[in-house]
Write a protein that binds this ligand. Sequence first.
Ligand code: AMP
Length: 150
Amino acid sequence: MKPFWKNEQKDITIIVGCGRLGANLANTLSEEGGGVLIIDANPDAFRKLSGSFSGIAQVGDATLIHTLEEAHIRQAAAVVAVTNNDNTNILVAQIAKEMYGIPHVIARLYDPERECVYDEFGIETICPAVLSSKEIDKLLGAWAGKEQAI
Ligand code: AMP
């Protein structure tokens, strides 16, 4: 099989950070048959990948251009930055969007106050605190609705 960067098609997702979220996403995309390359600064982090993970695990600091070039970022259709550091995620997302013109870029942000700032740069942001509070609000609303109906 040809290495993916020799393929013309841009269908690789690069995930930055192999924590619980990154590993879970990498396992899911791989199971679905998608091309995945996951980067983490700590090689031990890759233990979270499933035995059937068929993508590439690359050790490196994703804030370094050298690491992103080694990951053949130009070939990526999407870059998802989900390290445990908002600044790292934003930096990687901005490099992916502005330097390499990657069409789909997503960054996880812990700090909800920073979320809206990045929309204007074309960077999608996922804020676990905001998503969780919306879901909890939905559940509470659904329970309240059921109790009223009784
Ligand atoms: P978690 O805390 O479970 O969300 O995991 C975050 C992951 O991001 C850890 O495995 C870290 O090693 C990884 N990480 C943090 N900073 C970087 C970075 N600059 N480059 C690559 N991986 C990183």
